[in-house]
Design a protein around this ligand. Structure first.
Ligand SMILES: Cc1cc2nc3c(=O)[nH]c(=O)nc-3n(C[C@H](O)[C@H](O)[C@H](O)COP(=O)(O)OP(=O)(O)OC[C@H]3O[C@@H](n4cnc5c(N)ncnc54)[C@H](O)[C@@H]3O)c2cc1C
Length: 415
């Protein structure tokens, strides 16, 4: 009989774990309280990133911090209730950004992103949604000529990792995106990146692929997780009192992962970097062929099925605190300076990037809890790195060599 697995959470990470375990012959049940791909994996910018190898908490952050304090910069919002409530997380997050840690963290992120486009491309073909993938790269843009030096420096760093990019001037930027207003004198075209037109629909299509291959998807709120004793199965209790059992359980609940683990005495230092999006309507005749990041404006602008999605920077407020619209209001304004828009479509969305202090995900078995596996903390690049996270986890479960060295992502570094 095949081994059984319960995957808790059907975001990009959980769905990818479910597919990868299924591929190795396990009988997998995927559980979520919502439809697959309805939360963080729905609301992101849809960038399939190869180039995100430098974590946000890097040595450069220290120089920028003074301009972020006071909550006037769109890149960051600091809520003092969150900071004073859990100062340890922010201090560890800053401490991990020190120079001595940079090379190994870049190497770890490089190993996670190296095949990200190829993995998504293969999965999209299998799921019959190849039309959602755009292999048109991404653009990073600066509003001052000083951006040229930054673009050159980033180009050199990416080249060291064989990541394709090209520095652009104002004319080069207009050549690629003629609808943009000419406010950016410097840019970097990152040809190695790709993007999708609906990350939520892609996640849902991967879940449908899992179901079509015989996997079970259950819609249920998971209220608790337990194990009766060694050699016994893991049990997940649903909000309606049902007990789900399997030999192994995988916690892939994104920003909610700690909620279920803390009662078991497992307390990963997982916190969130909140972010928002809004959809904007382009004026007639205006269009973009790829997502762009406006460095000085601190937003992504990405063409989506629903319209042009503008996503905001990091809001360090408590995960469930009410919306703070300052950043998304500011970037909506900045995006309108860059591109001709004709109003907002629908509601503002808020999500929470699940982040550990070292900005690396946790992938592996929970120490002292055999059969309990962890897959979360994919921070700003979980849509991109969900598939490789699933492959690493499933390879470890199956006793195979994983596609990347799992050591930097080991739960033992924090638990
Ligand atoms: C504004 C923004 C922009 C981003 N842009 C990008 C980008 O361009 N590219 C990129 O790669 N990444 C991006 N990200 C990051 C990316 O979206 C996340 O890292 C990724 O979606 C995390 O996936 P996940 O599966 O871990 O979490 P989620 O997608 O949040 O999935 C967790 C699931 O767990 C379920 N769940 C939680 N608790 C329970 C429970 N008790 N019972 C049952 N189910 C439960 C939820 O319903 C949810 O479906 C962005 C994030 C934000 C916020």
């Amino acid at each position: 009989m095949s081994r059984t697995a319960l995957v808790l959470g059907a975001g990009m990470v959980g769905v990818s774990c479910a597919l990868a375990l299924q591929k190795r012959g396990l009988a997998v049940t995927l559980v979520d309280r919502r439809e697959p791909g309805s939360e963080t994996s729905y609301g992101n910018a849809g960038v399939v990133s190869r180039s995100s190898i430098v974590p946000l908490n890097n040595p450069d952050l220290f120089g920028k911090l003074p301009s972020y304090l006071g909550n006037r910069h769109p890149a960051l919002n600091l809520d003092w209730r969150r900071i004073t409530g859990n100062p340890a997380w922010l201090l560890r997050f800053l401490w991990e950004g020190r120079q001595s840690q940079a090379a190994q963290r870049i190497a770890a992120l490089d190993s996670l992103t190296i095949d990200t486009v190829a993995r998504h491309k293969a999965l999209m073909a299998e799921a019959g949604i190849s039309h959602r993938l755009r292999e048109t790269g991404t653009l990073k843009l600066w509003r001052s000529v000083a951006g040229h030096a930054a673009a050159e420096a980033e180009h050199r760093l990416l080249a060291e990792h064989a990541i394709g990019s090209r520095v652009l001037d104002r004319q080069g930027i207009s050549g690629l995106e003629p609808s943009l207003r000419p406010i950016f004198p410097a840019g970097l075209f990152i040809s190695a990146n790709a993007s999708v037109d609906s990350p939520g629909a892609v996640t849902a299509a991967y879940a449908s692929l899992f179901a079509a291959r015989g996997g079970t998807i259950l819609r249920a709120e998971i209220a608790g997780l337990s194990k009766a004793g060694s050699g016994r199965p893991w049990q997940a209790q649903t909000g309606k009192g049902r007990i789900l059992e399997a030999e192994i359980a995988i916690v892939a609940l994104g920003p909610w992962s700690r909620d279920l683990l803390a009662p078991l005495g497992i307390d990963p230092p997982l916190d969130v970097e909140r972010g928002y999006h809004r959809h904007l309507k382009a004026q007639a005749g205006a269009s973009l062929s790829r997502p762009l990041y406006d460095v000085d404006g601190a937003y992504f602008l990405a063409p989506m099925e629903q319209g042009y999605r503008v996503t905001s920077g990091v809001d360090l407020s408590l995960r469930d605190a009410p919306d703070k619209l300052r950043q998304i209001d500011a970037v909506t304004h900045s995006a309108s300076e860059a591109f001709p828009f004709d109003g907002v479509i629908g509601e503002t969305w808020r999500g929470a990037r699940p982040t550990l202090p070292d900005s690396l995900p946790m992938i592996g078995e929970a120490p002292r809890n055999p059969g309990l596996w962890l897959a979360f903390g994919n921070q700003h690049i979980g849509f991109s790195t969900g598939p490789v996270t699933g492959e690493i986890l499933a390879a470890l479960v199956a006793g195979e060599k994983p596609p990347a060295d799992p050591e930097p992502f080991s739960p033992r570094r924090y638990l």
